[in-house]
Design a protein around this ligand. Structure first.
Ligand code: ATP
Ligand code: MG
Length: 422
């Protein structure tokens, strides 16, 4: 699909380049033609002016003396046709190669059997009266030859230019399409994965509904199946919410409602909200040093970062384990640490866990209702706050997530572009 689009774009680029090239060539030929014609006219005016003093008028009529001298000068370039007309515009004397025997206004161009001529004429004045006209004519052959050589050179260049335009057109379209291609692939994967994730809960809902209809009489069974529907729906809801958050993650919307806030207060709120879940699973939740930490940020997004990390710590730690939370506030940075004594992760997974839909242990994560989007959202939010997140982990021992936020003033916070999200 993208290959044919690239070829189409390259072809359009080529056609456009050729049209521009043809237009430039036509303009070039026109300018060159005009320049050469002006040169020819200048030469004609010069020749006429230099010959005019040789034309004499007496009782016997018009004569031309010392004609050879100007003709010799002229023949070094081109031999002109020299004609003298009387006051009645009748040709009386003609020298040089054959020309058009008609008195024409200066700078006229005429065609005759031998080719095309350009003419120039000047009045011959004797005692204040016009007694005749001197007309000089020059062939335009030189001009035509120069122009045809110019066109020839351009047409020799044409195949090379077509090749260059085709190659650069193809390169240009590949370069222009690349980001679209990448986005499209990402979108395809995203839709495929999301579709895959949605398939199972939807199938469960459908099957359970069918069974529920049959079970309506037996109340206990119906209750159980309703609970199944509820869990699956929750899972779908979470997935849809995550998908929506991620579509916004490319824009810096995750830090939309920025205000001065206390991260320690947000952390404490999250700990209180989640303490029951920890108690249910019998995982102990310990708060180490929690220092007062003031920063600029989006309250809801930062709350989401903490609950996501705590949720993971809880999900991936077995009963009897411990999750420890610490918050330290320095002059330039605020450091949040969430450690657990859970299942940990192998080293090769550590740089992938922030990718969308990545799960180290698919079966365990799925059992916990995870879709592999949590950490990618966490990372996007942290980056929208100019911070970064790192992880240390070893299988069987546990994991520690460290989040560092720089303490920024309002102007720096808004001036710095957030780093691109994963
Ligand atoms: N504290 C942790 N201990 C061990 N593994 C973890 C921990 N946190 C994350 N992981 C691993 O990283 C993967 C990605 O985590 P992430 O939070 O993005 O997705 P999830 O928990 O599977 O799903 P959800 O989108 O519901 O959060 C998890 O599937 C899990 O394998
Ligand atoms: Mg998670």
């Amino acid at each position: 699909m993208f290959k044919s689009l690239k070829l189409k774009l390259a072809a359009q680029f080529l056609v456009l380049s050729l049209v521009v090239y043809a237009a430039m060539t036509a303009l070039g030929v026109y300018i060159f033609h005009r320049g050469l014609t002006e040169l020819l006219d200048d030469r004609l005016a010069l020749l006429t002016a230099s010959m005019a003093p040789s034309v004499k008028y007496d009782k016997s009529g018009l004569h031309m003396n010392e004609l050879l001298k100007p003709l010799k000068i002229a023949s070094a370039y081109l031999t002109p046709t020299v004609q003298i007309y009387d006051a009645d515009r009748k040709l009386v004397i003609a020298y040089g190669p054959p020309g058009v025997e008609q008195l024409l206004p200066p700078n006229s161009e005429v065609n005759f059997e031998e080719g095309t001529l350009r003419t120039y004429c000047q009045s011959i004045i004797e005692k204040g009266q016009t007694v005749g006209y001197l007309q000089v004519e020059l062939s335009t052959d030189h001009r035509e030859k120069a122009i045809s050589e110019f066109i020839e050179a351009l047409s020799v260049l044409a195949p090379l230019l077509i090749l260059a335009f085709s190659l650069s057109g193809y390169w240009f379209s590949s370069w222009a399409i690349k980001p679209i291609e990448e986005t499209f692939k990402l979108l395809q994967r995203f839709i495929a994965d999301a579709g895959h994730e949605l398939k199972t809960p939807i199938a469960i809902i459908q099957a359970t509904c069918e069974n529920l209809a049959a079970d309506l009489e037996s109340n206990a069974q119906a209750q159980h199946r309703l609970a199944v529907i509820e869990r699956s729906t929750e899972r779908m809801q979470k997935l849809v919410a995550d998908l929506l958050t991620l579509t916004k993650a490319k824009q810096p919307r995750l830090a939309q409602h920025i205000s001065h806030l206390r991260l320690d207060v947000i952390l404490q709120d999250a700990l209180n909200e989640m303490s029951e879940l920890f108690e249910d699973k019998q995982v102990s939740l310990r708060a180490e040093t929690i220092q007062t930490a003031k920063l600029l940020g989006d309250r809801d997004s930062l709350h989401r970062v903490i609950t996501n990390l705590l949720e993971n710590a809880l999900h991936y730690t077995d009963t009897g384990g411990t999750v420890t939370v610490g918050l330290q506030s320095g002059l330039n940075n605020i450091t949040l640490k969430i450690s657990d004594t859970g299942i940990g992760m192998p080293a090769e997974s550590l740089d992938k866990i922030f990718d969308r839909f990545y799960r180290v242990d698919e079966s365990r994560s799925r059992a916990a209702g995870g879709s592999g989007l949590g950490l990618s959202i966490v990372k996007a939010i942290i980056e929208a706050h100019h911070g970064n997140i790192t992880v240390q982990s070893s299988p069987g021992k546990g994991s520690t997530f460290t989040v560092i936020f720089p303490v920024l003033g309002q102007s720096t916070f808004f001036r710095q572009a957030p780093k691109p999200s994963a």
